[in-house]
Design a protein around this ligand. Structure first.
Ligand code: PMP
Ligand code: GLU
Length: 431
């Protein structure tokens, strides 16, 4: 049977692959500490579960309209207007099978294959963006961030990356895998550049918007590019329930495209109608409940827990010899540079010559799962990603293993660097 090159050549999701390997080891009885999955360890708040159960029991078991019912789309449009300043109607919104599906559909709807359409991607960036850009027939143009600039790319870098073939830029603040947040003025400066290029659209993936830590970076807050009237008509805002509401398994995301006189949203919904149709109908009232004030206290409790884990994770990682880190200020990721360790040998004799080799050896020999940096972008090859969406006791236990494993690496030609002090660890410029 034939298998198309565009699927055969596509990389599998590195985050899901490591998660699956860790789960398989756990199933064999191995005591794995998992830092691989970007998945909150909290349970979905009870009021949200109750809304779905009530809908199911009341017989909401039939097909729903492709884009979701009026109540869910209204609730999302209201949220985007009230919280994000995005002027939109419920007709501009579609409820999708996870934010990943929203990213997929937006790119499929936008990219003309075979023409060299370019999508600018500030990196390090989530592992699925490049494959989905390429699957749609686009060219992914990476704009590399640097750990020394808190992983934030500059407006000048974006400006330099724009060509006649650029059709979009994909933004993701707070960022997976960097755990950083763009301050509004820096994001506005990037939007200033896009505003001057009327053929360039903005895809803004805001799935971590509620996981921002002003207790770590005072004054930091979320800003949505779609609220800027200069680019509102060509900004597609993507979000979902997975992260802020601890609903990863529900598979609920959404997309809002108020521009092109509603044409872009209509085309996305047409595509969705030929793919998945609506999400499970009895989940739609759960969206309304999640976005209601009744859920705010639970969301805040989880956010505060992630903030304190961010501090713990940074303190522990900063003390490991050979690790360079930034203090996470959003999402639930830490993305240290471990390239100083390259060239060493693991106790089992594995040459640590890449992030992938480090992550493999760490899992096999110390039973700690992290995601290697390679698939997050060319500039991310010396990094590994730690998700701290797990209990503080797990963080302490897992990082103690990482520390012991790192110290056990047999020196190659260079001496093992000494542990940086917390003060010497790289911190965000504006902290
Ligand atoms: N965007 C980013 C940046 C992510 O990290 C993820 C991972 N969950 C998604 C989108 C997709 O989320 P979901 O499909 O669970 O809504
Ligand atoms: N987005 C999460 C992560 O990066 C979940 C897995 C995935 O879909 O990539 O770990």
């Amino acid at each position: 049977m034939q298998i198309a090159h565009r699927i055969a050549d596509m990389k599998e999701s590195a985050t899901l692959a490591v998660g699956a390997r860790a789960a398989a080891l756990k199933a064999q009885g191995v005591d794995v500490v998992g830092f691989s999955m970007g998945e909150p360890d909290f349970d979905t708040p009870a009021n949200i579960k109750r809304a779905a159960i009530a809908a199911l029991e009341s017989g909401m078991t039939k097909y729903a309209p492709t884009a979701g019912d009026g109540a869910a789309r209204e609730a999302i449009a209201r949220k985007l207007h009230d919280e994000n300043g995005i002027v939109c109607r419920s007709a501009d919104v579609t409820v999708t099978a996870g934010a990943k599906h929203a990213v997929y559909m937006a790119l499929q709807t936008m990219i003309e294959p075979g023409r060299g359409d370019e999508v600018i991607l500030p990196t390090p960036a989530w592992v699925s963006y490049r494959p989905l850009i390429e699957l749609a027939g686009g060219v992914c143009v990476e704009v590399p961030g640097s750990i020394d600039n808190g992983f934030r790319v500059t407006a000048a870098q974006v400006h330099a990356a724009i060509t006649q073939r650029t059709i979009a830029i994909l933004l993701n603040s707070p960022s997976n895998p960097c755990g950083i947040v763009y301050p509004a003025d820096e994001l506005r400066a990037i939007v200033d550049v896009i505003a001057a290029h009327p053929n360039v659209a903005i895809l803004s993936d805001e799935i971590y918007e509620k996981l921002i830590f002003p207790e770590i970076w005072p004054g930091i807050s979320h800003w949505s590019p779609g609220s800027d009237p200069r680019v509102a008509d060509r900004t597609i805002t993507i979000n979902g329930m997975s992260k802020a509401f601890a609903m990863t398994g529900w598979r609920i995301g959404y997309l809002c495209a108020p521009g092109a006189n509603g044409r872009f949203a209509k085309e996305v919904i047409k595509l969705q109608g030929q793919m998945t149709n609506s999400i499970a109908s009895f989940f739609l009232p759960a969206i309304v409940e999640a976005l209601s004030p009744a859920s705010a206290a639970e969301v805040e409790k989880m956010r505060a827990a992630f903030a304190s884990r961010a501090v713990l994770m940074h303190r522990l990682l900063s003390a490991i010899p050979g690790f360079r880190t930034t203090q996470p200020t959003g999402a639930f990721y830490s993305f240290p540079d471990i390239s100083q360790l390259f060239g060493r040998l693991s106790p089992a004799g594995v040459v640590i010559d890449s992030a992938q080799a480090f992550a493999d050896a760490l899992l096999n020999e110390a039973h700690v799962a992290v995601v290697p940096g390679e698939d997050f972008g060319v500039c991310a090859r010396g990094h590994v990603r730690f998700s701290f969406a797990c209990a503080p006791a797990q963080i302490e236990k897992g990082i103690a293993r990482v520390d012991a494993f790192t110290r056990s690496l047999i020196m190659g030609s260079a001496p093992l660097p000494s542990a940086p002090s917390a003060a010497a660890a790289v911190t965000l410029r504006r902290l």
